[in-house]
Design a protein around this ligand. Structure first.
Ligand code: ZN
Length: 300
């Protein structure tokens, strides 16, 4: 069982000091994939002369823009960092950067044809364009803080997490969420990359994870190990379903997710497909056509 953390003390638009160098403001965009809404993080000292970086400005929402402007309180915003181009993370970046004079840093957005499925209400901000393209390992330095870009593809092909070195903490975007498993939706999501990115995060032994949605993960190693084990268990279930004669995603999901709200089945279907693609890639399974939601699969 994953030790999810769903208790979460917050108010929309309020600036909370959540660690010595981190403040957080939550946008009013709750939903099945955003939990209580997008958490925008401000990194830097809270005093008036400080220079700060802002991570994931969030959805296009004037109230959230006003809350962020109030939260930075005249401090200089040197960098706007965006974890990935899903529309609950990226769209406000441009207007916030224009209002503060900051540059936007992010990984290269995916090509248009690899957009995440509309079924997930989490599709791309097609307009998003960073000023500086990150590839991972860059160091971004400010007044009293050092942020390292950590490329973590899987949930999205351009997912970048950000390490705050002074606190051995990771702003993990949607790569890891404390309240839920993460959606890995092909074609832009990729399960093989997702698990490799999860291993990379586990290896770093962070003291704290700050997901974009919900509360921080404080018991990092046991949480991540349970998170990873859950994926491997799902994969074992899929192999079992194939052995039992299921051939399509549509046959597997009602069995595997019988206990889950049916409104989440479209997302679950894509996660199952992501595992099946991984099984085809590693030679465990075969697909009659290029793997998608209509393909027929069997074990090798
Ligand atoms: Zn996302």
């Amino acid at each position: 069982m994953i030790p999810f953390v769903r208790a979460f003390d917050f108010a929309y638009g309020r600036r909370d000091q959540v660690s010595p160098l981190i403040q957080r403001v939550i946008a009013d965009n709750p939903g099945p994939f955003t939990f209580t809404g997008t958490g925008t993080y401000i990194v830097g000292r809270p005093d008036a002369e400080a220079e700060v970086a802002v991570i994931d400005p969030g959805p296009l929402d004037q109230a959230h823009l006003a809350a962020l402007m109030a939260a930075v309180e005249g401090r200089r915003v040197s960098h706007v960092l965006v974890t990935h181009t899903h529309r609950d993370h990226a769209p406000l970046a441009r207007s916030f950067a224009q209002a503060t004079g900051a540059k936007i840093l992010a990984a290269q957005p995916p090509m248009r044809e690899t957009h995440a499925s509309d079924a997930l209400d989490e599709d791309e901000d097609a307009e998003f364009a960073p000023d500086v393209v990150l590839t991972g390992c860059e160091l971004i330095q400010g007044d009293g803080w050092t942020i390292e870009a950590m490329f973590t593809p899987g949930h999205a092909s351009n997912h970048m997490a950000f390490v705050l070195r002074e606190e051995n903490a990771l702003f993990c975007g949607d790569h890891v969420m404390g309240w839920s498993t993460t959606v890995v939706a092909p074609p832009d999501g990729n399960m093989r990359q997702y698990l490799a990115s999860l291993d990379a995060v586990i290896a770093r032994d962070f003291d704290m994870l700050w997901p974009t949605h919900g509360a921080p993960v404080t018991q990092v190693r046991p949480f991540l190990e349970a998170y990873r084990a859950h994926r491997m268990e799902r994969e074992a279930q899929i192999v079992h379903r194939l052995a039992a004669g299921d051939r399509t995603v549509a046959e597997m999901v009602p069995v595997m997710y019988a206990a889950v709200d049916q409104r989440l089945w479209p997302a679950a279907s894509l996660s199952v497909l992501a595992h099946l693609i991984k099984l085809v890639e590693n030679g465990t399974a075969l697909s009659d056509i290029e793997p998608d939601l209509t393909a027929r699969f069997r074990l090798v």
